[in-house]
Design a protein around this ligand. Structure first.
Ligand SMILES: *[C@@H]1O[C@H](CO)[C@@H](O)[C@H](O)[C@H]1NC(C)=O
Length: 615
């Protein structure tokens, strides 16, 4: 292309694609609300044409909020306003006040992100605006009833929210009342979803009249991310927490280590990461962990550390012999792996070596400190392979010399002794304060064993088998509280190609958002055990094991499917996914606006043409 031609091209391009967006009100298309559905049509034929965003804010049966509130009434009108006219006053005390201030700043940033020009924390809000847009005030008044700055299993996360705007008035008054910071934070999240960008005015818009009362169905609403199969970088973990906050999930279950790698820097045991991290850059340093814990707290999320043992250990533990502590792990990298573990590389703690308790005690001390204050601790405890122990000479010699014998029950007994000792070490590390332990379903929790080996006052059982497993009935009847993570609905790694061998991976097929949404912990327990046991379900969690995921694709694996989980656990809807579909697709757009690389669920046409993509 010659210089002149290039100039001509640029000139034409400048006309076709001006820096300022086209005035959207000149589009031949617009939306209107018909019986709770946003319908697209020719602007000239609609009596009150609105943008898609205004329609989504004011039209849906459940409003635009995800997860849907207990109770919501919502007006049909919006007011346009600019971020500079957003005011707030906070009635709070103590630490929760600091948290609330930070949460408000996040809320303001989220509003900015609705502006399509948002980039690196800035959006361009340029006029001219009509006087009614330029001067409209939104004042947010927040009242916290108590000062609680750490999430616990019994934290009250409820809130009330109202928006009032007098007809033709120049102020929208928002009032939020919540017992705790955590409820108020959820309210701000909800409020951000009652606001959107409006293209035709280059401003924000807020629904004029709203009343909401809201509280979660379950206290524990979790998402597991594994950072051992593959390392997940810190910005990606933070994005995950952002999306959890947008969805009112409250527990980031961090499966930090496993047999594959040990990406955690421990001050007293630096050899663990030196031997076990994939590279020295793929490591979480203490400052990183503290930063993540605080980042999450401001967003209403507790970070629950899991230190999986006595199986699922390996890399990172190889220094024992050199340091005079003997072999800490047996079966490490042993082949053929199928005989000694569920996936390569194998490894289990060497039960015959008392030094494992010294090391575990040190690990727990650092973990308790890093995640302080802990209100739960996850011991892992899954997938022990008895054959691994029973073919390791040190272990078999010890079993025989101690007179334990070597049958199944002998090993289960010693495994439970290990669990008891671990629990005592954790309590000691936590300065004598006992916190409930979470433990996966395993051979120890199988029929007839759980009552014998585990104390229902000390452990919550996380169920990963299917939602039809009769064991679930036994667990609740034995008095255990449970967290549901049944893999037939809530394992997000299922349905991709196999990573050992060919075909599809073990828990295929892929669990679509509809399956995630419809999986009801209350129904599972009530069908298997009886309705009187449903109060023992503390909540649920989706899991992403990262054999086939890392920072590059984590967002799309998790989102928007985990938002479907969010509504199940927050709202426990009495209907299936169909009623939620248009709101869900809209929420997915919201996640994208906030920088989450969420998967596409449908063509954009379906977002613009509500309820026309049905089977
Ligand atoms: C361990 O090995 C011994 C000897 O082969 C066998 O008798 C025993 O059943 C094995 N135990 C388990 C739990 O596999």
């Amino acid at each position: 292309m010659g210089v002149d031609k290039a100039r001509l091209f640029l000139a034409i391009f400048a006309v076709l694609a001006p820096a300022e967006a086209f005035d959207w009100s000149s589009s031949p298309w617009a939306w209107h609300c018909a019986d709770g559905t946003c319908v697209k049509g020719a602007r000239e034929h609609i009596s009150n044409p609105t943008s898609l965003e205004t329609c989504k804010l004011t039209c849906g049966k459940d409003g635009p909020v995800w997860p849907k509130p207990d109770y919501i009434t919502i007006g049909k009108e919006v007011s346009y306003f600019l971020p500079k006219n957003l005011a707030h006053d906070l009635l709070c005390s103590g630490d929760s006040c600091n948290l609330l201030k930070q949460a408000f700043a996040i809320f303001e940033d989220n509003l900015n992100k609705y502006n399509p020009t948002y980039s690196n924390g800035e959006a361009s809000w340029t006029g001219p605006w009509a006087p009614s847009v330029e001067t409209h005030q939104v004042s947010v008044h927040i009242v916290l009833q108590m000062d609680q700055s750490h999430l616990k299993m019994d934290t009250d996360e409820s809130y009330q929210l109202t928006v009032q705007t007098a007809a033709g008035g120049s102020t929208s008054a928002v009032t939020i009342t919540a017992p705790t910071f955590f409820g108020a934070r959820h309210a701000l999240e909800t409020l951000s979803q009652l606001i959107d960008y409006e293209e035709s005015t280059n401003s924000l818009q807020i629904v004029n009249i709203v009343t909401i009362q809201d509280s979660p169905a379950f206290h524990y609403r979790g998402l597991l991310v594994d950072t051992s199969r593959n390392y997940v970088d810190i910005p990606t973990i933070k994005r995950t927490i952002d999306a959890m906050a947008a969805t009112k999930l409250n527990t980031f279950h961090w499966h930090i280590t496993d047999s594959h790698s040990f990406p955690l820097y421990l001050e007293t045991l630096p050899k663990m990461f030196q031997y076990g991290a994939y590279t020295y850059r793929q490591v979480y340093y203490p400052a990183d962990v503290r930063d993540i814990v605080q980042y999450a707290r401001v967003r209403g999320v507790r970070v629950l550390p899991e230190f999986d043992a006595p199986a699922h250990v390996g890399h990172g533990w190889q220094w024992g012999e050199k340091d005079g502590l003997g072999k800490l792990v047996v079966c490490l990298d042993k082949e053929p792996w199928m005989s000694y573990c569920v996936e390569p590389p194998c490894g289990q703690l060497n039960l015959a070596n008392e030094n494992i308790y010294k090391v575990l005690g040190d690990i727990y001390k650092e973990l308790v400190d890093l995640f302080s204050p802990i209100d739960l601790f996850h011991y892992g405890g899954d997938e022990v392979n008895l054959n691994c122990w029973n073919t390791s000479k040190e272990v078999t010699d010890w079993m025989e010399a101690s007179g334990f014998g070597r049958d199944d029950d002998a090993y289960y007994k010693q495994w439970s002794v290990f669990q008891d000792k671990s629990e005592a070490l954790l309590t000691k590390a936590n300065k004598g304060i006992e916190v409930p332990g979470v433990i996966w379903t395993s051979h120890l929790t199988e029929e007839g064993r759980v009552g014998q080996y585990l104390d229902n006052k000390r452990y919550i059982i996380q169920i990963w088998t299917t939602g039809k497993d009769p064991l679930i009935a036994e667990l609740v009847k034995e008095g255990f509280d449970v967290i549901m993570s049944n893999y037939d609905a809530w394992y997000l790694d299922c349905g991709f190609g196999a990573w050992v061998g060919e075909g599809n991976n073990w828990c295929s097929p892929y669990k679509g958002w509809q399956a995630v949404y419809d999986n009801s912990p209350h129904k599972i327990v009530s069908d298997l055990a009886g309705a009187q046991y449903t109060s023992q379900v503390k909540g649920g969690e989706a899991a992403l094991w990262t054999e086939q995921a890392d920072s590059e694709n984590l967002d799309a694996r998790l989102w928007p499917r985990s938002s479907a989980l969010g509504e199940r656990l927050w709202s426990d809807p009495d209907h299936n996914w169909r009623t939620a579909e248009t709101r869900f697709i809209h929420h997915r757009q919201r996640l994208v606006q906030r920088g989450i690389m969420a998967d596409r669920i449908q063509p954009q046409w379906c977002h613009q043409n509500e309820e026309l993509c049905y089977a």
